[in-house]
Design a protein around this ligand. Structure first.
Ligand SMILES: [Zn+2]
Length: 119
């Protein structure tokens, strides 16, 4: 079974190619911002999401060359696949019968330091 990546580009805004890509390339002077050693061809023709997802704001975008972009996408795909494998088939669901009282949040398992007393 192969992992499909065919829906990756379907979430881009409609003016992605006509407006956003030319804007980002011009802003970054058509120079690759990733500059991966041994991969980079410097001349940027594509736009990359700095943090992957649906944030298409200009601060989350940067100009990249095709080679760096392909490399980064491949690494991200591999990491996502490894994460899915580590978690199992789906993320664990909380039992609907549990109340929030027992849930302490991400800091709940931090050991309490008895010397860190407020004075
Ligand atoms: Zn590059």
């Amino acid at each position: 079974m192969a992992w499909s990546t065919s829906n990756r580009s379907s979430r881009l805004p409609p003016h992605w190619k006509t407006k956003i890509v030319p804007d980002i390339l011009a802003r970054d002077k058509h120079t690759c911002q990733l500059k991966i050693p041994g991969k980079c061809i410097v001349k940027a023709t594509e736009v990359d999401h700095i943090s992957p997802g649906d944030d298409h704001s200009y601060k989350n975008l940067r100009a990249v060359c095709t080679r760096c972009h392909a490399h980064k996408s491949a690494v991200e795909g591999r990491q996502a696949q490894l994460r899915r494998k580590a978690l199992g088939k789906r993320p664990p669901e909380r039992h609907p019968g549990l109340s929030d009282e027992g849930y302490k949040g991400p800091s709940g398992d931090r050991p309490v330091d008895p010397t860190a007393r407020a004075t």
